[in-house]
Design a protein around this ligand. Structure first.
Ligand code: SF4
Length: 240
């Protein structure tokens, strides 16, 4: 078992946040009617994707009836229905849909994780929960560092959570901290391997953004293509 497999295993057993442990397990017990035949995962959701990824996507937290049900990031929810087709379009995923952890979906050179690994009530972790979960992200960044070249952070919450994690993992984060914005791009020098990191901001793929048109499929594909090229992944298609 390599370091990242061990980390993922340890994450799935974490019970450090009492409110989130209660919530994820209550949701798994009570379920949504449409999923009553499912045995919910009901645990922390580890990162998904190859252990030698050069591109990392950092979201917010698992959805109660999405990843908290299926056990895989952005799998089985509306956010995933927006993210995975875009990943497929640019050549970073083997298929455009994500229904369950055993649906055969593979990511190419790309890993997806989140700064909070348990589903929070109303999709809103507290700052204490965010900070409690940070060491997992720091460990994941350090383990990915030998191959990691670029990161896309989805949304302002993820951005605020990720910058201190980059710093704790060894990259130099400017002060004052760079502001989040869609299309933001900052290069962090240093890092565990001393080769710097390209960090991109992108509006989160939540329904609040995608249903209102604040984030369109074209906008997402553009950020994915730019970051993937920076990560050396040769994405499909031209910029839009
Ligand atoms: S949110 Fe993170 S730190 Fe809190 S219980 Fe879940 S995995 Fe553990």
């Amino acid at each position: 078992m390599d370091g990242l497999s061990e980390l993922d295993e340890r994450i799935t057993g974490c019970r450090a946040c009492p409110r989130l442990v209660d919530w994820r397990e209550e949701v798994a017990r009570t379920k949504r009617a449409a999923f009553e035949d499912w045995t919910y995962w009901g645990r922390p959701v580890p990162g998904f994707g190859p252990h030698d990824a050069s591109l990392l996507i950092i979201g917010l937290a698992p959805a109660a009836h999405g990843a908290n049900r299926t056990g895989r990031m952005f799998t089985g929810d509306r956010s995933g229905e927006f993210l995975y087709p875009a990943l497929y379009d640019v050549g970073l995923a083997s298929r455009p849909t994500a229904e369950s952890a055993d649906d055969g979906l593979t990511l190419y050179g790309t890993r997806i994780t989140s700064p909070v690994h348990c589903a929070p009530p109303a999709n809103k972790p507290t700052t204490e929960e965010r900070d409690t979960c940070r060491p997992w992200l720091v460990s994941e960044l350090k383990l990915l560092a030998p191959t990691l070249k670029a990161v896309i952070v989805l949304g302002g919450f993820g951005w605020q959570a990720a910058l201190p994690a980059f710093s704790a993992a060894g990259w130099q984060v400017p002060k004052p901290r760079p502001a989040f914005g869609h299309g933001a791009h900052v290069v962090l020098p240093g890092g565990p391997e001393g080769k710097g990191l390209d960090v991109f901001g992108c509006f989160h793929v939540s329904q609040r953004n995608t249903f209102t048109g604040r984030l369109t499929p074209g906008m997402l594909r553009n950020v994915l293509r730019t970051a993937a090229a920076e990560a050396g992944l040769h994405p499909n298609g031209p910029a839009e």
